[in-house]
Design a protein around this ligand. Structure first.
Ligand SMILES: [Zn+2]
Length: 301
């Protein structure tokens, strides 16, 4: 059974219950993190997820509310994973490879700690007590920059990328479709209503779509790569219209501003989405686990 963990369902605005974006899909055989926003590593641990067992991290784009916890994730993985483990995958639009190298590479900002934990005798003893042998291996990652149309295959899953309409040309932004033999899940990342994301989501079981606030764009952006396009996001209406056009079974509204996350506005967002989409709608909160596609319940909070 596949489980979706909503670890981060907020924006750059920190509140007591929402901050940034991060989700983990657990297929039972493999765990994949989508986005690594503020506190993602800690939130995963608090959700009972073994961080050292996450096989891959996919970043939708490089706004910090989607990627800023990557240093914590990488250092935690390198320091705590079972010696000899397969390198964790990190994929996303450019400059994902440079970002990873800039954290643990030879000139990385955490290089000083890689060196300290590799060379100080007490750190070496701790590493040996965990079953490792010296010299301590370098951080190793399976990393690549993705583009729209990129396909990545993992342990029982396939991830397909499509361009999302967000803040190009400053950041390339990707939506991902996660397919297994059991289910298909789309994570839109930050996007306006967009034909390329709708096409990616065609027939998916579950679509996690940003729901920034109650405001939606006036027109669908048919060409997501429109030159000079300004940043844009979905509200509940555009999220629901994309879900309807794609024919998905379930819509999960994520990435909420503090204002839309208030009980009254959240209920209104749910109502607007339900007026425009006949399937199940969930207004997500952090810590939510969607454990079974057939039995999850709609909720507003
Ligand atoms: Zn963004």
């Amino acid at each position: 059974m596949t489980t979706i963990h909503i670890l981060g369902s907020g924006t750059p605005a920190p509140t007591h219950d929402r901050f940034g974006s991060s989700y983990v899909i657990d297929t039972g055989e493999s765990m994949v993190m989508l986005d690594c926003g503020p506190g993602a590593t800690a939130k995963a641990a608090m959700a009972g997820i073994d961080v050292t067992a996450i096989d891959a991290v996919f970043l939708t784009h490089h706004h910090y509310d989607h990627s800023v916890d990557l240093p914590c994730m990488l250092m935690t993985r390198w320091d705590h994973e079972v010696p000899g483990s397969e390198p964790m995958r990190i994929h996303g639009p450019a400059p994902t490879v440079d970002l990873v190298d800039g954290i643990t590479g030879v000139k990385g900002i955490f290089r000083h700690d890689v060196r300290a934990r590799s060379e100080h005798p007490s750190s070496q003893r701790i590493y040996q007590m965990r079953g490792g042998s010296l010299p301590r291996p370098e951080p190793r990652w399976n990393t690549s920059d993705l583009e729209p149309g990129s396909v990545v295959k993992g342990n029982g899953w396939t991830v397909t990328a499509a361009r999302a309409a967000h803040v190009q040309p400053f950041h390339e932004s990707l939506a991902y479709r996660f397919d297994t033999a059991e289910t298909s899940i789309v994570i839109t990342g930050d996007t306006a209503r967009c034909s390329e994301v709708t096409e990616l989501a065609k027939g998916a079981d579950t679509m996690l779509c940003c729901c920034w606030d109650h405001h939606d764009g006036d027109d669908q952006i048919d060409e997501c790569v429109a030159e000079g396009m300004v940043g844009n996001m979905c509200g509940p209406e555009d999220a629901a219209l994309m879900a309807t056009e794609a024919g998905v079974t379930r819509l999960v509204l994520v990435h909420h501003t503090p204002s839309v996350a208030q009980p009254g506005p959240a209920a209104r967002a749910l109502e607007i989405a339900q007026e425009n989409f006949s399937g199940e709608v969930i207004f997500a909160h952090e810590g939510l686990r969607i454990e079974d596609l057939a039995t999850a319940h709609s909720s507003a909070r």
